[in-house]
Design a protein around this ligand. Structure first.
Ligand code: ATP
Ligand code: ZN
Length: 302
């Protein structure tokens, strides 16, 4: 069976069991209570592992300022994944025209315009614009959790358009930021091993668009700026990234004028793909969490 066939088979099983509910668009699903319980238990497990670090918890809605998003460079680097929010801001006559277009099946898209917000592409994006200025001595550590949107419609249930990312984000001096990333790379492997998931570390790159994108990706790999923990979910040849460990160097520090000792701060983030981890658990241990191995249950339901 090809990896896309086994992905579609797994999707079919998830829908048939009711763990996921088809919303009519590839990659958009409702989630059952059991699915959400597993996500909530894993979220608590992450919090337990990170607790001693004393991160500041912040929760943003799943949208961010369009101005900040444009500033981030995302639309230049990964326009194919972006989700811009549109709305109507016309007058009475425009409204009549809109209704006419809708009722006749005409193309109504020119009657809408972009709003000042976009859908969050990665949970840490709304954070950086709030950190402009001089950081407290030693830098900062944040705990972030958000639904994210990526325009990548797929029948692979592990590639959703709307999914949750839990992140820890470190802003500070290069050595502290790198030590943070290395620590979580160790912790991440231990956590997944305790859940009896067969993860391994892989050097990775972001899905930058086009010809310039290939250069950016090669550079990112060469400098080892992105690692992932990958698990076979729908394919053993192409395992799925469930955690990412990203070192941005001074990129966000410069873009948003975040400084430490008057120098641009360095940043790194560690992201947990919550749905992917839940799917990896269901794939490995079955669709009924009460029948999962005892050692796994003890981690998640302590
Ligand atoms: P991929 O290489 O699979 O496209 P990515 O490198 O784009 O993933 P990141 O940008 O590092 O992923 O996102 C952080 C985490 O969010 C990933 O490790 C993964 O667990 C999760 N994630 C990313 N894209 C998706 C998606 N489309 N559906 C579900 N989870 C995702
Ligand atoms: Zn991030």
């Amino acid at each position: 069976m090809s990896s896309s066939e086994s992905a579609e088979k797994f999707r079919h099983e998830l829908l048939a069991s009711g763990l996921l509910v088809d919303c009519g668009v590839p990659g958009i699903y409702g989630r059952s209570a059991v699915f959400e319980e597993v996500i909530a238990r894993f979220d608590a497990y992450v919090s337990g592992v990170g607790a001693a670090d004393g991160a500041t918890s912040l929760r943003f809605p799943p949208v961010l300022s369009r101005a900040a998003f444009e500033q981030s460079g995302y639309l230049k680097n990964m326009p194919q994944l972006a989700g811009m929010v549109q709305s109507f801001s016309g007058e009475q006559a425009d409204h009549v025209a809109l209704i006419h277009d809708l009722e006749t099946g005409a193309d109504y898209r020119p009657r809408l315009g972009m709003t000042d917000v976009v859908l969050t592409p990665a949970a840490c994006y709304p954070l950086y614009p709030t950190q402009t200025g001089e950081l407290a001595a030693g830098g900062r550590l944040f705990d972030i959790y958000s639904y994210c949107f990526r325009h990548e419609p797929s029948l692979d249930p592990a590639r959703m358009q709307s999914f949750r990312m839990r992140e820890y984000v470190r802003l500070g001096a290069p050595e502290d930021v790198c030590a943070f990333r290395a620590r979580w790379l160790e912790r991440g492997q231990r956590m997944l091993a305790e859940l009896e998931l067969d993860a391994h570390v892989a050097l990775a790159n972001d899905p930058f668009f086009g010809r310039t994108g290939r250069m950016l990706a090669a550079n990112q790999r060469e400098q080892e700026l992105k690692y992932e923990l990958v698990i076979p979910i729908t394919s053993t040849e192409q395992p799925t990234a469930v955690m990412s460990f990203n070192y941005h160097q001074e990129l966000f520090g410069k873009l948003y004028e975040i400084r430490l000792d008057r120098e641009p701060a360095h940043t790194a983030c560690v992201g947990f793909g919550m749905e992917r981890i839940a799917l990896a658990l269901f794939k490995k241990h079955g669709f009924e969490p009460q029948s999962w191995p005892r050692a796994v249950r003890e981690q998640l339901w302590p």
